[in-house]
Design a protein around this ligand. Structure first.
Ligand code: KIV
Ligand code: ZN
Length: 517
């Protein structure tokens, strides 16, 4: 049933690639954004906010690439209330099968006076002009009242009415600073529905930040009061404390359908996959006790709970792990599996790779199967994610030999290929990681500083692959590199080299200018 005729259908608007990427350190490159958008489309996300095209060349290119690739979800680009922003968004969205321009302006006295330095009448005029301009490019226009929850309600109602008259089809009410409380926010949505005369001509959307930890509660309260689009991000990524988490919103509506008879188009079985991908790409680890996707969300430690679970899963589980795509680790392939079995398995897992990538991942799978007794689905996903983030790297990892232990000194012998030429070095350091990174600096001198070094095990057991994230910063540019291997030092070297490659690409592009909204 279409979202327009089904009154209980809630539109899922994912802004992981826009508001999510605005988290300090969570930058993603074009390939990574396309990969995430592909998974979001597969999940059934209705609208993907792919970026803020005027913000940087990189954002523009990412929105354009996603618009060219994704066919089912609507692709959205953000724009302030200026003609330059709107024209740039429209240009980036040109290849999209379904496109939306999302334009916004602040409506609270605080923002209007101190940030915009505009009076209320100028803001009303800007609302009309920006929506009218956006409608010149597409019939699907979303208008947002930034800082809506600290705006005067009469003024907010006038803005909304003008936006709808100018052609906005979705009206978004953001709790920009995560200030609202659930009842209060629900009442604001009810008030808009009662007071704005043309409100039935638009879908009401909400966009809740999590500064008080209430992003999801506020969004659900809004839905119960008539909002039919929720803006959210995977893992709750986003500015400051983040945005409402998609997985929490979707699973709350599904699990408490008795009190919230709403539904979304999300294939919840893909939640775990999306969560893992976003966490790997951004280097933002999911806290173990995070609702739905935390490693402990379905773990039962205490004796009483385990006993109850053995008798009936419903005793301590309100949703099944399978419903979010969490299955027992499955052994997928062994060291004797051939290319055909491997390719079939990759396809079965819903992962699409071109021939060159299959060749590369197959080679690494064979290496892994030699070292590790059992190769699990998670191992394959890690190898594939590793390949995706590696793209067309200028610097390639070849080999690493590390001497470590309590007798010191720790030493790393490293071989890299830079622009096709093999180079080697030896370096000492305070520990094996320091020695490895020093060796990389010997072979490829640079000034970037290490902001984050993080290791996590892909599966259980001492022979598990390590997945390493390295964050580097150079002159305001931040990049995250990833690497996976059964040897933690090799994974670390791969992650560092991956980050350097991304930095090289970023150096070629100007650093994004700070935007004043
Ligand atoms: O938080 C906010 O107000 C936003 C708007 C641009 C929708 O992100
Ligand atoms: Zn936001």
């Amino acid at each position: 049933m279409s979202t327009k005729t089904d009154k209980n259908r809630v539109v899922i608007f994912d802004t992981t690639l826009r508001d999510g990427e605005q988290s300090p350190g969570a930058s993603m490159n074009l390939e990574e954004k396309v990969r995430i958008a592909t998974v979001l489309e597969e999940m059934g996300v209705d609208v993907i906010e792919a970026g803020f095209p005027i913000a940087s060349e990189g954002d523009f290119e990412a929105v354009r690439a996603i618009a060219g690739k994704i066919k089912e979800s609507t692709i959205c680009g953000l724009a302030r209330a200026t003609s330059q922003d709107i024209d740039r968004a429209a240009e980036a969205l040109k290849p999209a099968a379904r496109k939306r321009i999302h334009t916004f302006i602040a409506t609270s006295p605080l923002h209007m006076e101190h940030k915009l330095k505009m009076g209320p009448n100028s803001v009303l005029e800007a609302v009309h002009d920006s929506v009218t301009r956006a409608r010149g490019y597409t019939d699907d226009v979303e208008w947002s009242a930034e800082d809506a929850t600290r705006s005067e309600t009469d003024f907010l109602c006038r803005c909304v009415e003008i936006a709808i008259n100018a052609g906005a089809t979705t009206i978004n009410i953001p709790d920009t600073v995560g200030y609202a409380l659930p009842e209060e926010f629900g009442a604001l949505i009810a008030l808009l529905r009662n007071k704005v005369p043309n409100i039935d001509k638009a879908v009401i959307s909400v966009h809740c930040h999590n500064d008080l930890g209430l992003g999801v509660a506020n969004s659900l309260s809004a839905v119960r009061n008539g909002a039919r689009q929720v803006e959210c991000t995977v893992n709750g990524l986003g500015e400051r404390a983040g945005n409402a988490a998609m997985e929490e919103l979707v699973m709350a509506m599904r699990t408490r359908n008795d009190l919230m008879p709403y539904h979304t188009g999300i294939k919840t079985e893909l939640i775990t996959r999306a969560s893992h991908l976003v966490s790997t790409v951004t280097g933002f680890v999911v806290q173990p006790n995070k609702a739905i996707v935390g490693a402990n969300a379905f773990a039962h430690e205490s004796g009483i709970h385990q006993d109850g679970m053995l008798k009936h899963a419903g005793t301590y589980e309100i949703m099944s792990p399978e419903s979010i795509g969490l299955t027992e680790s499955k052994i997928v392939l062994g060291k004797h599996s051939g290319r055909h079995a491997f390719t079939t398995k990759v396809k079965e897992m819903g992962l699409d790779l071109d021939d060159e990538a299959i060749e590369d991942v197959f080679r690494r799978f064979k290496d892994l199967a030699d070292k590790k007794k059992e190769v699990f689905e998670e191992d394959l996903v890690a190898l594939i994610d590793d390949r995706i983030v590696r793209g067309s790297d200028r610097i390639k990892f070849v080999s690493l030999q590390v001497v470590c232990g309590s007798k010191g000194p720790q030493k790393a012998d490293l071989e890299l290929k830079v622009d096709g030429e093999t180079i080697t070095t030896s370096a000492q350091g305070d520990g094996p990681v320091d020695a490895t990174f020093a060796a990389i600096r010997n072979l490829f001198p640079h000034e970037a500083t290490l902001q984050l070094y993080q290791v996590h095990a892909v599966t259980k057991g001492t022979d598990a692959q390590a997945e390493v994230t390295v964050r580097l910063e150079e002159k305001g540019r931040t990049v995250n590199g990833q690497g996976a291997d059964v040897d933690t030092m090799v994974a670390s070297a791969r992650a560092y080299v991956n980050a350097l490659n991304k930095l090289i690409v970023k150096r070629g592009k100007s650093a994004p200018a700070a935007l004043s909204a």
